[in-house]
Design a protein around this ligand. Structure first.
Ligand SMILES: CC(=O)CC(=O)SCCNC(=O)CCNC(=O)[C@H](O)C(C)(C)COP(=O)(O)OP(=O)(O)OC[C@H]1O[C@@H](n2cnc3c(N)ncnc32)[C@H](O)[C@@H]1OP(=O)(O)O
Ligand SMILES: NC(=O)C1=CN([C@@H]2O[C@H](COP(=O)(O)OP(=O)(O)OC[C@H]3O[C@@H](n4cnc5c(N)ncnc54)[C@H](OP(=O)(O)O)[C@@H]3O)[C@@H](O)[C@H]2O)C=CC1
Length: 278
């Protein structure tokens, strides 16, 4: 199986790593070499950590040896499965899928790791809707069990089956759901994070207290503000916009504080500052 990943950010890097750990030959694309090197460094650190803990059967070098880094989309022509993990923006993703639909061999499957954007509309842009699907990994990919599998309107049974098999081969547990804004994971998770941000804005409690209450009181592994910083506040805002627009209900309105922080460039862990400093 030749496995393609577009985007070498936190999700793309993680997906590429786990695919390579499973023995697939992987090609990863990003728009600039500096983003590819950043992605490679993150993968190297994660592999070293897993190796240290005895959770890797091979050496990190052997796993890395199966990953090719490229800025040329033509390198995806012979991929059997390509997973896109670029910015959470429908127009940008649709444009990429128009290109991939032309480049990747006709029998290749195209998948999006989108958190919320309609799979059916990205499938239309790709020009091969039967061979298109949502393959939604969770962050951090090397540690999280779930892959949410989202069928678009025209996704074929064969495509769903192949992607489910690929997820299992990667050691993940695939769970299927239908194509509604935010699917299941972010329809439920993101309003909770948005509400935590609203609590900060209204002065209900300090961020540390909100996180502690949810960790100690609900046994969540991370508090909601730590998790929002971890996901990326820009991504959280993009998801809330999709929920608000797609479901047409003001209960999904993004918190004005979330919007303001993104405008200020406070994106969480990836920019060095969000609700906390890193
Ligand atoms: C937005 C979307 O569309 C969908 C999403 O993904 S939403 C986000 C979903 N993810 C979550 O909700 C994550 C919630 N957090 C957790 O489950 C846990 O905090 C966690 C699994 C991330 C970490 O586990 P933890 O028990 O808190 O332990 P922690 O000590 O932080 O980390 C465990 C170990 O894994 C290591 N680790 C963390 N990330 C790693 C990675 N990417 N690769 C390898 N090792 C990693 C840590 O370094 C740590 O190692 P040590 O034990 O040597 O210190
Ligand atoms: N963060 C999370 O917890 C999760 C995110 N997701 C989804 O995964 C996707 C990626 O998110 P995440 O990894 O966090 O984001 P990041 O910002 O970490 O990474 C996105 C990467 O894609 C690159 N990119 C942007 N535009 C393009 C383009 N036109 N062509 C190729 N590459 C491009 C970015 O480059 P640049 O640096 O220039 O922007 C960056 O390297 C999003 O759809 C998100 O919703 C899904 C599950 C969890």
């Amino acid at each position: 199986m030749k496995f393609g990943v577009i985007g070498a950010g936190q999700m793309g890097g993680g997906i590429a790593q786990v695919a390579a750990q499973s023995g697939f030959d992987v090609v990863v694309h990003d728009v600039k070499n500096e983003f590819l090197s950043r992605g490679q460094t993150t993968i190297e650190k994660s592999l070293a950590k897993l190796h240290e803990k005895g959770r890797l059967t091979e050496t990190p070098a052997e796993v890395l040896g199966r990953i090719q880094f490229t800025t040329d989309l033509q390198d995806f022509a012979d991929c059997d499965l390509v997973v896109e993990a670029i910015v959470e923006n429908e127009a940008v993703k649709a444009q990429l899928f128009r290109q991939l639909g032309e480049i990747v061999k006709p029998e290749g499957i195209l998948a999006s790791n989108t958190s919320s954007i309609p799979i059916t509309s990205l499938a239309t842009a790709s020009g091969r809707p039967e061979k298109f699907i949502g393959m939604h990994f969770m962050n951090p990919v090397p540690l999280m069990q779930l892959v949410e599998v989202i069928r678009g309107y025209s996704t074929s049974d064969e495509t769903a089956q192949k992607v489910t098999e690929a997820a299992r081969a990667m050691g993940k547990t695939p769970v299927e759901c239908n194509d509604y804004p935010g699917f299941v994971s972010n329809r439920i998770l993101m309003p909770m994070l948005n509400e935590a941000i609203q609590c900060v804005m209204e002065g209900v409690a300090e961020p540390e207290a909100i996180d502690q209450i949810m960790k100690l009181g609900m046994n969540h592994p991370m508090g909601p503000l730590t998790l929002a910083d971890f996901i990326g506040l820009d991504t959280c805002l993009a998801i809330m916009e999709v929920l608000h627009q797609g479901l047409g209900d003001d209960k999904y309105r993004p918190s004005p504080l979330l919007r303001k922080m993104v405008q200020a460039g406070l994106l969480g862990r990836k920019s060095g500052r969000g609700f906390y400093s890193y």
